[in-house]
Design a protein around this ligand. Structure first.
Ligand code: PXL
Length: 279
């Protein structure tokens, strides 16, 4: 039962091309055995649909963990995304500590908000719990909004100078983060990308591409799933981030200018490109 496998913990938004409906196909396409643990089940994501259902699965986690332990199931990495409650973060740490292989990695996308705002249902208490959770991770993948909330600072949409990036990374390290991949960084006009802090080399690098105008829902999850898969496959932090940037751009291009498809991107159409990128 102990082949290398990844466990991803995030919600199922039944419709909407985000979280588990993005992570599972991406990790599978990368050839990785992927186990899933839904943190909650929603009829749709919360970014633009009205009247969605929400079933929190927090209290299912301990029994699931106990069963896995009885079966001797182990995970080579856990990648977490949208989590339904602060209490779940402690349960997830228990799952990680009790089912990890010796060389396992905890990869955390602290999904809480975007475009300067927290998502519906999140508050500062959750942000504080997420900060403590990030301190346990090997890699964190926050966007600029999540960085701002975790540091208690004002959000800046653009004009992210190297000084600003260094300041945010120093702040995240102060709360205990190790390796950091910050998304949504705009250092030059017309470009967007990520800043990577490698804790081993103590170096920051930037990976950016020409910015595609518009707002594309679910692209953070596409980035984080691809990064987690590539990193799990043994790519360096910088290489995994580059592959994730390139696949996210390819996924956005499938939907560029298509205003009818407002709730996500057609990342499925770009999966063949991802398979080529990791070969
Ligand atoms: O894409 C992040 C995300 C994940 N899960 C749910 C969401 C969102 C963003 O809005 O609503 C349920």
């Amino acid at each position: 039962m102990n082949q290398k496998r990844i466990l991803t913990i995030q919600d199922i938004s039944c419709v909407g091309q985000c979280s588990l409906t993005v992570a599972l196909p991406i990790l599978s396409a990368m050839g990785i055995e992927t186990a899933v643990l839904p943190s909650a089940v929603l009829s749709t994501h919360t970014g633009g649909f009205k009247g969605y259902t929400f079933r929190d699965l927090t209290e299912d986690l301990p029994a699931i963990k106990e069963h896995w332990k009885k079966e001797g199931i182990r995970f080579g990495a856990i990648y977490t995304g949208y989590v339904g409650s602060a209490k779940q973060l402690q349960y997830i740490l228990d799952i990680y500590n009790e089912t990890k292989t010796d060389d396992a990695k905890l990869i955390v996308d602290p999904v809480m908000g975007d475009h300067g705002k927290l998502y519906a249902g999140f508050n500062q208490d959750f942000v504080d719990s997420m900060k403590r959770f990030c301190a346990k991770a090997d890699v964190i993948l926050p966007n600029i909004t999540e960085c701002s909330f975790m540091l208690g600072e004002e959000f800046h949409v653009t004009g992210h100078t190297m000084e600003y990036v260094e300041h945010v990374i120093a702040g995240l390290r102060k709360i205990g983060a190790k390796n950091i991949v910050m998304t949504g960084v705009e250092m030059k006009e017309g470009e967007q990308g990520v800043a990577i802090y490698n804790a081993e080399t103590d170096k920051i690098s930037i990976c950016s591409r020409p910015r595609i105008p518009g707002i594309y829902h679910g692209t953070g999850d596409i980035f984080s799933s691809t990064f987690s898969g590539a990193y799990f496959l043994g790519k360096s932090l910088e290489e995994a981030a580059r592959i994730a940037v390139d696949y996210t751009v390819a996924a956005i291009k499938t939907t560029e200018g298509d205003t009818e498809h407002w709730y996500g991107v057609r990342f499925e159409k770009a999966l063949p490109e991802l398979i080529k990128m990791i070969q």
